[in-house]
Structure formats: structure tokens, C-alpha cells
Design a protein around this ligand. Structure first.
Ligand SMILES: [Fe+2]
Length: 205
């Protein structure tokens, strides 16, 4: 039986052999209890010194998941990782950037958790190239600052809610955030995968 998928909602022109893909928004992908558990976890990583300052800008902190000891990694995050793979048919068909080997082999951006405090922002950038593979990434907002800290993808500012997951091809798509304003930090978890060039995130309902 042949399965046909609805044509994706594309507005972009093809770029080289790869069709550019829009952002895919999964509202409430993480329920409130998972966000709360991940907030506690990221806070504990900050307090025990496991988050590093990001040299790309002030008031930015992060850790790659693979830099943590196995017993430091949140089972909630691993569950979200597995759910995201299943959501897009990637289970067993991708290289998880939660693991160090594919990150180093392909010079890819790892799965990470990030935190920006007052005035911290993520500069607009495109992730490293995955050696001809697509770098598919789901970024979830774990802690929403009082003001600022909005995700900007391809020049469009997105007002995320805690628990929303924004998916995009991060080695094709310019992304960053506006500066955080206020005392409540922005916390996010970004889960990345190297996938075949034919992968189309909009083929999945
Ligand atoms: Fe990035």
C-alpha cells in the first residue's frame, strides 16, 4: 500500500538540492509536570557548576547532554527525547546528538540545555553542518522569562509558552533569541538529530 502525505505548508524556494523547511510547532509537547521537573533539574545543574558560560555572549550558560555523567541526566529529558523521535518516525533512523560520537564525527551541535539570565541572548546563527545530513532539532521552552527571551527563527519572532516544542532544521535555518529581561531566567532544552537529507518534518501529522 502506498501512503501519501499531504503536501507540506511550504513558502520557501528550494535551496540547492534540499528544500528548505519551515518551523514545526508542537504546543504543549511537555506537560506542566515535566517542565517543572526540568526546571528543577536545570537549576540544580546551575547550582552545582555543571552549566558552562557560553563564550559567544554574556549571561548565557549551557551544557551538552553528553558532558554530564549518566546519573546526572534527567530521565524526563530522555523521555522527551524518545517521544520526539517517535513523533517524527526517527526512532532507530537518526543519529542522536545526545551522544558525543556523532557530534564529533559530523561537527554537529549537541543536544543541550541552556539558560540565559537578565540581558542574555542567543545571537542569530546557523548550526554547524552535519556533513550533508540534515540537523533536525526540537527546542522546548522550560522556563519563560517575564519579558524577552523570545525565539527568533528566520527573522520571525515566536512567543513560546512553557512546554512548547519548536522543531526546525538547524543547519539550514537562522535562529536565536531576544535578550531576557528580568530575574526569571530563560531555560530551554534542545534535542538534535542527524537525519537523511530526504527527511521532511511536515510529513508527520
Ligand atoms: Fe543553534
Amino acid at each position: 500500500m502506498t501512503t501519501t502525505y499531504p503536501l507540506p505548508n511550504r513558502t520557501d524556494e528550494p535551496v540547492g538540492p534540499i528544500l528548505r523547511q519551515n518551523v514545526r510547532i508542537l504546543r504543549g509537547f511537555l506537560p506542566a509536570d515535566e517542565c517543572a521537573a526540568l526546571r528543577d533539574w536545570i537549576s540544580s545543574l546551575a547550582h552545582d557548576g555543571s552549566l558552562k558560560a557560553n563564550a559567544a555572549g554574556p549571561n548565557r550558560f549551557y551544557t551538552s547532554i553528553y558532558d554530564l555523567r549518566p546519573n546526572q541526566i534527567s530521565n524526563v529529558l530522555l523521555g522527551v527525547d524518545a517521544r520526539l523521535q517517535a513523533r517524527f518516525g526517527l526512532t532507530g533512523k537518526c543519529l542522536r546528538l545526545t551522544d558525543s560520537a556523532p557530534v564529533h564525527l559530523f561537527n554537529a551541535t549537541p543536544s543541550f540545555v541552556g539558560m540565559q539570565t537578565n540581558a542574555g541572548a542567543v545571537h542569530p546563527h546557523i548550526d554547524d553542518n552535519g556533513g550533508g545530513l540534515l540537523q533536525f532539532r526540537g527546542t522546548s521552552l522550560i522556563s519563560k522569562p517575564g519579558r524577552g527571551g523570545q525565539l527568533v527563527i528566520d527573522g520571525t519572532l515566536h512567543e513560546m509558552a512553557e512546554g512548547d516544542m519548536y522543531c526546525f532544521v538547524s543547519n539550514q535555518t537562522v535562529h536565536g533569541t531576544t535578550p531576557v529581561e528580568g530575574d526569571r531566567p530563560r531555560m530551554s532544552a534542545s534535542l538534535g538529530y542527524l537525519v537523511e537529507p530526504m527527511f521532511r518534518m511536515d510529513q508527520w501529522p
